[in-house]
Design a protein around this ligand. Sequence first.
Ligand SMILES: Cc1cc2nc3c(=O)[nH]c(=O)nc-3n(C[C@H](O)[C@H](O)[C@H](O)COP(=O)(O)OP(=O)(O)OC[C@H]3O[C@@H](n4cnc5c(N)ncnc54)[C@H](O)[C@@H]3O)c2cc1C
Length: 199
Amino acid sequence: MLDKRPATIAPGATGTLSSGGRTAAVISIPDGRNVAFFGYRTSHARPGEDVTTELQRVYGDLGWVVPEALDGLQRADSVYFDTISQVVAASWSKGRVVLLGDAAWCVTLFAGYGSSLAVGGADCLGIELAAHPGDIPAALAAWEAAIRPEAERKQKLGRRVKGVYAPTSPLLLWLSLLPLRLASLPPVRRYMTRRFIKG
Ligand SMILES: Cc1cc2nc3c(=O)[nH]c(=O)nc-3n(C[C@H](O)[C@H](O)[C@H](O)COP(=O)(O)OP(=O)(O)OC[C@H]3O[C@@H](n4cnc5c(N)ncnc54)[C@H](O)[C@@H]3O)c2cc1C
């Protein structure tokens, strides 16, 4: 969380910069606060390095919002830092022990839907337990059969999207930005406004 909005980001706007397998973004959240988000490939990482030093080393050569975001990092109350990884488990239960949500199928933030799957998965588990009174193995089998296809689809989506999130190739970067460039063309903008806002 940044204590102040970078000067080049308009209130309510979000700015993203991507270069050489690194992405930095400043995202406005509803109550007027701003969050800095850094995502980069593990090839840039040095195990054991502290977060601030690593981010300075990886992003130090970039301009625009990045210097202010890095500066804000020094004063941030809390910093969340993690690797992005998927959990792929052949089974989500053993006896009466059940894995749910990210612990079972973490789809990653590349896919989105992680929160919905966690809440929906828990709800479905309750439904199946109620539908199979006294038969936990049958309830767990029905629950897994109901959730697994969607969880696996979203995991696949996450693996597909990760390549375009912080692309190393300039061509892939250009292609990933193409929808945004097209959206700025008046006919496309008019179509999207009709389709998504007025529809
Ligand atoms: C940066 C980021 C952005 C994301 N953006 C989105 C998004 O836009 N949309 C979306 O749908 N999903 C998003 N996700 C994914 C989403 O947050 C997760 O999929 C979701 O929170 C999973 O819910 P969960 O209940 O399985 O796990 P969690 O929300 O991780 O909850 C697990 C809880 O267990 C606690 N815990 C861990 N160990 C112990 C222990 N030993 N004892 C007691 N408690 C413990 C943890 O502190 C935590 O509170 C994002 C994730 C990240 C990291």
